[in-house]
Design a protein around this ligand. Structure first.
Ligand SMILES: [Zn+2]
Ligand SMILES: [Zn+2]
Length: 338
């Protein structure tokens, strides 16, 4: 593959970090370019560099004018503002798939945003993390060595650390991603008319059998099923997402880690039966949907756990209001997938 890249560059020296002749693009890897809006303003520049795949991470979709060397150009546009609150994380998998696919086909790829400093740098860093199996810090440092002005915003830094913690692949069922999604929704919460349905865990009382994880929590008073262990959003004292990196925590694991024993509540993701309670208010009580026993509380601005840790947003169930029920492993084929 590198040979074909060489040819497309007329056999020039392809050492990393060589700026292309027009100075608008930087070749960070053979056949992999980083740039700003200027890099695509003049299609001839793309042609000269042999670029036939362009990933745009910007607020506006580029208009590749027909002709002028853009025939056969493959492009992907990911709308994103360069703001810490922008959700780039959810798009990283398809960005990286686009780059990898194009490179596998022997195409030279340009990743660009407007200034070539933050959004494109974040995507490129993620690509280096995944393909070179580097930590976020190492990949970012490598890129800044090549391009000293590279500086992604702090929100993207945080998102890349979460990406690393998930093994450089977005795992929507992971605690890390669930927590991230909740925080993203919370940032917009006061203006929301409705909450995204995918935010809610399926009500365990609506599922007759076939829970794939073994523990179910029921109302201590009326035995109504309330949530599953997979809904518990674990937290550790004073640890960032990296601390969660390699352990998909289970409740039994939590009990063995010192700080967790101080927690008198479970912090969980919202469950379907909470929906009507949560909307339109910032905080309130969580009551059992069957017997109305008080189970805990919620607060979109967050609540502090008994261990001292703030959780935002917080959906808190007191441990002494629920009973833990171990369910037997399911035998035979799964009839229902949640
Ligand atoms: Zn109850
Ligand atoms: Zn705690």
């Amino acid at each position: 593959m590198l040979e074909t890249q060489d040819k497309s560059h007329g056999g020039e020296d392809l050492s990393a970090g060589r700026a292309s002749s027009d100075g608008q693009m930087l070749e960070v890897r053979p056949g992999l370019f980083l740039g700003g809006a200027a890099a695509i303003a003049e299609p001839n520049h793309l042609k000269e560099a042999g670029i036939t795949a362009v990933l745009t991470v910007d607020s506006e979709e580029p208009d590749f004018k027909a002709g002028a060397g853009v025939e056969g150009l493959r492009s992907l546009f990911v709308p994103a503002l360069d703001k810490p609150e922008t959700d780039l994380l959810s798009h990283l998998d398809r960005c990286l798939a686009f780059i990898s696919q194009a490179r596998a086909e022997g195409r030279a790829v340009l990743v660009h945003c407007h200034a070539g400093v933050s959004r494109s740098v974040a995507v490129m860093t993620a690509f280096m993390m995944k393909t070179d199996q580097l930590s976020f810090e190492k990949a970012y440092e490598n890129l800044q060595t090549i391009k000293p002005e590279a500086k992604m915003n702090e929100g993207f830094e945080w998102q890349l650390k979460l990406y690393q913690a998930m093994g450089c692949e977005v795992d929507t069922s992971s605690t890390i991603y669930k927590q991230y999604r909740l925080q993203k929704v919370t940032e917009k919460y006061p203006e929301l008319q409705s909450l995204p349905q995918e935010l809610f865990a399926v009500d365990p009382s609506a599922i007759s059998q076939g829970l794939k994880d073994g523990v179910l929590y029921k109302c201590r008073k009326c035995r109504r099923s309330l949530f599953r262990s997979s809904s518990i959003l674990d937290h550790n004292e004073g640890s960032g997402p990296i601390a969660f990196a390699h352990k998909r925590m289970t409740p039994s694991f939590m009990l063995t880690t010192g700080s967790q024993t101080q927690c008198t509540s479970y912090f969980i993701e919202p469950v379907q039966w909470m929906e009507s309670t949560l909307l339109g208010v910032m905080d309130g009580q969580l009551l059992c949907p069957k017997c109305s026993a008080k189970l805990g509380s919620f607060n979109w601005y967050g609540e502090q756990c008994s261990c001292g840790r703030w959780i935002t947003p917080a959906f808190q169930i007191h441990k002494n209001r629920v009973d833990e029920m171990k369910t037997l492993p399911v035998l035979g084929p799964q009839t229902r997938k949640t």
